[in-house]
Design a binder for this molecule. Structure first.
Ligand SMILES: [Zn+2]
Length: 466
């Protein structure tokens, strides 16, 4: 069946242009000058709307086990919420823990996702224990499983933590096979000292989660990761959830040297602050406990991050969607902030929150689309199947209404969370229609997709490597 999306303005990474888009089956068949499309197909009127590639969230953690509980969105609820918000592909994280076989971890995540996802999905692999077997497995995942990115942690000693030797070995392997090393760059052992000292002083409220993870410990780890990658012959490195000015400075310096160093940030770091959210009265701040933490609004982090997005020192915006409910989950940390499960849920809102950056003149339309769709596709080996409106690409398409309005609330969101980190936020724009591989799955706020229709996307190597 073919569908003609008529009268809209297509946004690509070179900017906006008026065009009609013909979808045939699951892919985009052709792009026509306005009014030049064929008669006959079903028509979707996109007059006054932006036609953008379905957004790609390259960093989510659906139903992830963490600190004795698990993230509250399942692959079912989380991908449905993502779809309604204009995201048509996620890359989630399969996990190998210390002592486990990497392929077993991957198989477990394939089992969790089978028949559950509403949109297409891929996996990065978290390596919680780098050893000889894990290094061999990296080759096998790259060549046979469509997994071309591996996440390591400089934080969380005793859980996911890798020491510098393990990191170097994984980086050397990645340099060999072309994979990307994704890094959670915070100095975990130093943070643990600060956490222990704070708790001993009776500093137990959520605010101290932020104060015990100062930006210096993010900058130091970011710098260390960058130099370890240099020792590994410029292994491709992608810093996840970069939150702080001093960490951004490290990435900038590496990129100025022409290094294979990339970074993402997340909406929470672009908008929210340590004082206003994490420092909210009583235990409220637990809603915004995530790592890296929200940074001080008295410093220049938010302005610097927006600028980094404009200049491509930050290449991608993903959510690090890792939701926990207040009841029974975040509440585990009443009286001890270190027991609050780390994570914020935003998978439904990223397209809108970044569009607000366009309205506020912090990003161009082209850059909006690049940071939420095109660059993630290219960065993680899914382009041009995903991330672009072009003939032959999957018909993952969002019609975005710049005259619409979105009000975010726990009352109306679709994520499985008992609060919203963005309660009461208003966006000057609205996701109107969402198409995934040629099927309209959401339109005018009504969801028509179904569980299990999402497919696994095996990925190629990043396109950005030197
Ligand atoms: Zn994460």
């Amino acid at each position: 069946m073919s569908i003609l999306i008529r009268g809209g303005t297509v946004i690509g990474s070179t900017g906006p242009y008026d065009a009609d888009v013909l979808v045939d089956g699951e892919t985009i068949a052709a792009i026509f000058a306005p009014g030049k499309g064929p008669e006959g197909p079903e028509i979707i009127d996109a007059t006054g709307k932006y036609v953008i590639p379905g957004a790609i969230d390259a960093h989510t953690h659906m139903q992830m086990p963490f600190g004795g509980t698990q993230a509250s969105d399942t692959f079912d609820t989380g991908t449905r919420a993502a779809a309604i918000g204009g995201t048509t592909t996620i890359i989630d994280f399969a996990i190998q823990r210390y002592g486990e076989v990497v392929q077993d971890g991957l198989a477990a995540w394939h089992a969790k996702t089978a028949g559950e996802c509403h949109i297409d999905y891929g996996f990065h692999m978290i390596l919680g224990g780098v050893d000889d077997d894990a290094l061999k497995a990296m080759d096998q995942l790259v060549t046979s499983e469509g997994i071309t990115s591996f996440k390591l942690f400089m934080a969380y000693p005793g859980v996911f933590y890798s020491d510098d030797g393990q990191i170097l070995r994984a980086m050397q392997k990645a340099r060999e096979n072309g994979a990307m090393i994704m890094m959670h760059a915070e100095n975990g052992p130093a943070i643990d000292v600060l956490v222990k000292q704070a708790l001993e002083r009776g500093e137990t409220s959520p605010l101290y989660h932020g104060l015990t993870r100062p930006q210096e410990l993010e900058a130091e780890a970011t710098s260390r990761a960058i130099w370890l990658a240099a020792v590994a012959a410029d292994c491709p490195l992608y810093i996840v959830h970069l939150s702080a000015s001093k960490a951004l400075d490290q990435v900038k310096a590496a990129r100025d040297l022409g290094r294979n160093v990339f970074a993402e940030t997340c909406p929470q770091y672009l908008y929210l602050t340590l004082e206003d959210q994490l420092g909210a009265p009583g235990f409220e701040g637990a809603k915004w406990v995530c790592s890296t933490p929200l940074r001080s609004g008295k410093e220049s982090h938010r302005a610097d991050l927006w600028q980094g997005l404009r200049t491509n020192d930050l290449s991608v915006v993903s959510t690090d969607h890792c939701p926990f409910c207040m009841k029974d989950q975040k509440e585990m940390g009443i009286g001890d902030f270190s027991k609050i499960p780390n994570g914020i849920g935003s998978v439904e809102h990223r397209v809108d929150l970044l569009y607000q950056g366009v309205v506020d003149k912090k990003l161009s339309l082209a850059r909006w689309v690049e940071t939420i769709a095109t660059t993630p596709a290219r960065m993680f080996g899914m382009y041009p199947k995903k991330g672009v409106i072009a003939p032959g690409s999957d018909a993952d398409i969002v019609l975005y209404d710049p005259n619409g309005r979105t009000r975010i609330s726990v009352e109306t969101h679709h994520m499985n969370m008992d609060y919203s980190a963005w309660e009461g936020w208003e966006i000057d724009g609205r996701v109107d229609t969402v198409m995934s591989r040629g099927e309209v799955i959401s339109s005018g706020g009504e969801y028509t997709g179904r569980r299990g229709r999402g497919k696994y996307v095996p990925r190629a190597l990043s396109e950005y490597l030197l």
